[in-house]
Ligand binder design. Structure first.
Ligand SMILES: N[C@@H](CCC[C@H](N)C(=O)O)C(=O)O
Length: 289
């Protein structure tokens, strides 16, 4: 392996990522190396890492290679693996565009949550087909300190608990993960969203992400809260045959989410590459001996 490894840094509504292009899947990135790269003091810093690999070169993506040339091997900032990242997939597409691997228009990206269709507009935002939400039945409770709320279980490929609150400040500092019950609802942990109304079909959230802590945005989380809000508001596009669009304000910006009558969810938002550089492979070896 060369002594320098290329990286880029990007964000989508301030959900920020270290991007490691590795078309042939030649770079060893165990959890400790990912956590070190995402460390905001001793590393580059990021909520997560986007390992950019050709689908054909990755054992988890080979079967998607005919449909999608590139695989988003997404990792959380603590090194754990997640099924899907909505902001990440937009940033991933922006990277491919900047690298000349794709042009504007429609592309497909393989993820652990399946192949996602991405539209890169000529200027500005990127739209992702996020698939359908699953809404498992069962009462969920989310707690922070002395406060508890009923929550909606929404699966966007990854798990979410959505709690409507009176005030986003009631979620406290979110330094520790919110508690949830029953534990059996989320055997692999959960992303927790706290939501308030801002106006008709306009909501705002704070999120505590599994594997990252409180972040400035979560794309799958924004989709989960839009679906939970729609059901609460009596808007089920499958029943009304009318798309439901929600504007979701996150601490780092704004996402627009539309659920169509067939259940497919589209998310539109920005994706920005802010820097590129080189990782010292010798340093990486010290955190990944
Ligand atoms: N920030 C992401 C979600 C990343 C994965 C999540 N932390 C998990 O573990 O499920 C997004 O924009 O969707």
């Amino acid at each position: 392996m060369s002594t320098r490894i290329a990286f880029l840094k990007g964000h989508g509504t301030e959900n920020d990522f270290v991007i490691v292009p590795d078309p042939e899947n030649a770079i060893d990135l165990p959890p400790a190396a990912v956590a070190a790269l995402c460390d905001r003091r001793a590393g580059i810093g990021g909520d997560g890492l986007l390992h950019v690999v050709r689908s054909a070169a990755h054992p988890e993506a080979k079967e998607m290679a005919a449909e999608a040339e590139w695989f988003m091997d997404y990792r959380n900032g603590d090194g754990s693996i997640a099924e899907m990242c909505g902001n990440g997939v937009r940033v991933f597409a922006r990277y491919l565009q900047r690298a000349g691997q794709v042009t504007e228009g429609d592309i497909a990206v393989a993820t652990r949550g399946g192949v996602k269709r991405v539209h890169i507009a000529k200027e500005g935002d990127i739209t992702v087909g996020m698939g359908k939400a699953l809404l498992p039945e069962g009462a969920i409770t989310v707690s922070v300190g002395e406060r508890s709320w009923p929550a909606r279980n929404v699966n966007m490929g990854n798990p979410h608990a959505v709690a409507f609150v009176d005030d986003l400040g009631h979620a406290g500092d979110l330094f520790a993960p919110p508690l949830f019950s029953p534990a059996s609802a989320y055997p692999d942990g959960v992303n927790v969203e706290f939501v308030v109304d801002r106006g008709p079909r306009h909501i705002a959230l704070r999120v505590h992400e599994r594997g990252a802590g409180e972040t400035r945005s979560c794309g799958t989380g924004a989709c989960a809260v839009a679906v939970a809000a729609a059901r609460r508001d009596g808007a089920d596009p499958a029943v009304t045959r009318t798309p439901a669009t929600y504007t979701v304000d996150v601490p780092g910006g704004r996402l627009v989410i539309t659920e169509r009558p067939d259940g497919e969810i589209e998310m539109t938002g920005p994706a920005v590459i802010v820097a590129e550089g080189e990782i010292d492979a010798e340093w990486l070896k010290t955190v990944n001996p």
